[in-house]
Design a protein around this ligand. Structure first.
Ligand code: 9MR
Length: 373
């Protein structure tokens, strides 16, 4: 298995202007190494600037998803998280199957742990998510319910969860991945309730927390095309119907050989902003496994994609957050999903910053944005 030696890069951490070039040049392959499941405490003391400090002074959110087990077990994980980010999204801890494993019986221990960590470190929490087609508990997927019952169950779920975190979680992905390739995706909710489940979910979330900014979140609709047009039409219709929608999350799960071009992402963000919506990049990662180039070239290309996406977001006032789906290659959903190793994030498995980290530092450093919050 390949791994990357980035130690040299750390010497340059105080020189943001040349970081990216030096970072890429300094990367080298060390050949075969055994993956280290629980790294020693290699985390660096606070360095200036961090992503967090750069984002904060621009009133911008830089975030990551959080794996609750790593947060509990690994000091390097929690230290890096608190040092580099001002926003977190629980990776699974707030989903339906985790929070309501039995009908009417709610379990919030994991979500509470993440929310408490965020509060202790002055981080915003993106609640993720309230309505999804998957990761549903067996009692729900195996049961037979009338439309009225499904409506009651979904309403109870949303109200209970959103109310619990009122004042602590003020951004929610209310509906996640409802769109297929142009038409609404099949799900228990679409079949059992009808397309109005989407509007209903937003109304209930609003009822439970009138202060919360409520998002529609999806993947594959970041640039321009059939899916993003369908998402655009969906959210425009919601606004016309008076649904309390505040923004659209563009997930941005991309790979080195498949990604939307910057102009299209910019145009998409701008058309959503023109509707009066906020936009956030909510789940960015850059898969490396399908690219045949040497690791050094792959990491340089990955850095460029991260830097350009952040730059694009920073250039649109309505784009208020840039969130990645993890921050260390030690904890990414991709290897488990594809069955192959990957290096999709901005820190390596030993919590050393990769070229992509320095590309983000550079994009933030160069942004003149004073921002909205
Ligand atoms: O990364 C998450 C993985 O650990 C979970 O097993 C999976 C099911 O809950 O969800 C993954 O996160 C997904 C996110 O919630 C929505 N967008 C796609 C993400 C990656 O699959």
């Amino acid at each position: 298995m390949e791994s990357v030696n980035l130690e040299v890069l750390q010497r340059f951490i105080r020189l943001p202007g040349i970081l990216l070039i030096l970072g890429i040049a300094a990367c080298s392959l060390t050949g075969i190494q055994t993956p280290i499941a629980k790294p020693a405490l290699t985390v660096q003391p606070a360095q200036a600037p961090t992503l967090r400090s750069l984002a904060q002074s621009r009133r911008f959110y830089i975030g990551t998803t959080v794996n609750v087990n790593a947060l509990r077990d690994e000091a390097a994980y929690s230290a890096t998280l608190a040092r580099e980010f001002n926003m977190v999204t629980p990776e699974v801890s707030m989903k339906f199957s985790e929070t309501e494993p039995q009908r009417g019986i709610f379990t919030f221990a994991q979500a509470d742990y993440i929310v408490a960590f965020a509060q202790a470190h002055q981080m915003q929490v993106r609640g993720h998510n309230l309505v999804w087609y998957t990761d549903l508990p067996a009692w729900l997927t195996n049961g037979k319910f009338t439309r009225a019952e499904l409506i009651t169950m979904l309403r109870d779920h949303i109200i209970t969860e959103v109310k619990r975190y009122r004042g602590q979680v003020n951004i929610w992905d209310v509906v996640n991945e409802a769109m297929g390739d142009g038409t609404l995706r099949d799900s228990i909710w679409l079949r059992g309730i009808g397309p109005e489940y989407i509007d209903m979910a937003f109304q209930w979330a609003r009822e439970a927390n009138p202060q919360a900014r409520l998002f529609y979140n999806d993947y594959g609709g970041e640039g321009l095309g059939r899916k993003s047009d369908a998402i655009y039409a969906l959210v425009k219709g919601m606004l016309q119907r008076g649904v309390p929608l505040a923004g659209v999350g563009l997930q941005m799960h991309i790979s080195l050989n498949s990604y939307p071009n910057q102009k299209d992402v910019l145009a998409n963000m701008q058309r959503l902003a023109a509707l009066g919506l906020e936009v956030q990049i909510t789940e960015m990662d850059v898969k490396t496994q399908d690219d045949a180039r040497p690791m050094q070239a792959k990491l340089a290309a990955q850095a460029q994609l991260y830097g350009e996406m952040l730059q694009t977001c920073l250039s649109v006032t309505a784009c208020t957050a840039f969130v990645m789906w993890g921050f260390t290659d030690a904890h990414s959903w991709i290897p488990a999903f594809t069955g192959r190793p990957d290096y999709p994030l901005i820190f390596d498995a030993l919590y050393r910053p990769k070229p992509a980290y320095f590309a983000l530092v550079q994009a933030l450093s160069q942004s003149t944005r004073v921002g909205v919050k």
